[in-house]
Design a protein around this ligand. Sequence first.
Ligand code: G3I
Length: 408
Amino acid sequence: MNIILDLFGIHIVFFSTILILCLSWLFWPRKNIGTRKILLRTIGLISVFGIILAFRAYWPYSYEKNYLNTPVSKEIMSTPLKALADSIDFNIGVAIASNSEFKELIAKEFNSVVAENDFKPKKLLIDPVHWKFDFSAADRLMEFSKSNGMRMRGHTLIWGKFPGRTYPQLWKKQIAESADKEETMKSIMTQYIHTVMGHFKGQISTWDVVNEPMAGEGLYPSPFTEAMGEYYIDWAFKHAHEIDPDCSLFLNEQIYDYDGPAGKAFLALLKRLKKRNVPIHGIGLQTHHIKGIHDLDGLKRFIRAIGELGLKVEITELDIRLLLMGNEDDPYEAQGVQFGEVVNICLRDQACEGVTFWGLTDKVNWMDHIPPFSWKSPNAPHILDEDMRKKPAYIHIWEALKKAQPNF
Ligand code: G3I
């Protein structure tokens, strides 16, 4: 419910209002002609207003690609991001699909990868009733990363957001019907984490153990919280640590209001986890720019605050919706500047060990397929355009890495 409100909030409010007005008109006593007329006019007015707003909001804009007028320098063309990142021991990564057509380019440009979907419960646990797993796609990616000397981030073990998508529907049913919810959930998590981490033991050095546990100031309600409250997080980390004590264990979250209630609640959660000696080693800040542009000073302070808790940080899912820059003179350039700034912030804080982009090219991007993001365009959230040309984003990231070189 929370996520639906979060994503579709304004639409839900709008359609509910129209629906309530229509129902009122339908059931209002017929003899009360005056009120029925007012209701009908209000419905008409709101509908017209809504249609105009929808046209304005959903009109597919396109912005001038001014960057095509400036040739990319020889140095940038000949020095991949990976070369710059390697020399300062920094992780520069990208999300990838097992059937990606860009593997060669990815191996050239990045020293780290993460599976966009292939390591998620939905992909791995193909038969939750019989605990049957299919690791074939994930293994193909693992092989790709190993043969190219790239780090593979494990994403993700426990994700309690969308039943049937981020965890099996069956688990929801099992917890709802269980007499001892806590024990049932512990046994589910034990089996899942044991099988998946066990399969990749020695190959994956960093796992997102828990993904997106927060819903604003509180925890996202799920079978995990229903069974164990906040302690499901402790349990997942403790168990993951037992299985692979050499692995860096991350909690991955999307935060916007770094200085606001959600940001504060998240830091408070981290403090509690540390106080309870939960073996958590790092925080993944997704940093998707999908609803708004992140406050960079806030991000900088937030990374520092996490670092001061003795935790590592990674920017794990960076992408920036182009249309958020629609009011700028040059939206592509503004998008690029923001990319460069985020990378720069990470490079400048000792706790921050890497940046991963949630995709490579606008040609294939998740926002164009997932509502409500797919309803508005242009999303164009990545660092290469749909023709695989370097966008200003690439250039600004490259420059941030270049400036971080010891000899610069
Ligand atoms: O593979 C099937 C395909 O066979 C089928 O025809 C098609 C029909 O819709 O669906 C395809 O699967 C989709 C998959 O993406 C591959 O495109 C799933 O329905 C869809 O749910 C899935 O969405 C992914 C989403 O996580 C949910 O797992 C997105 O690609 C992926 O980018 C997104 O990534 C998440 C991070 O894991 C966590 N943070 C937020 C981020 C963005 O939402």
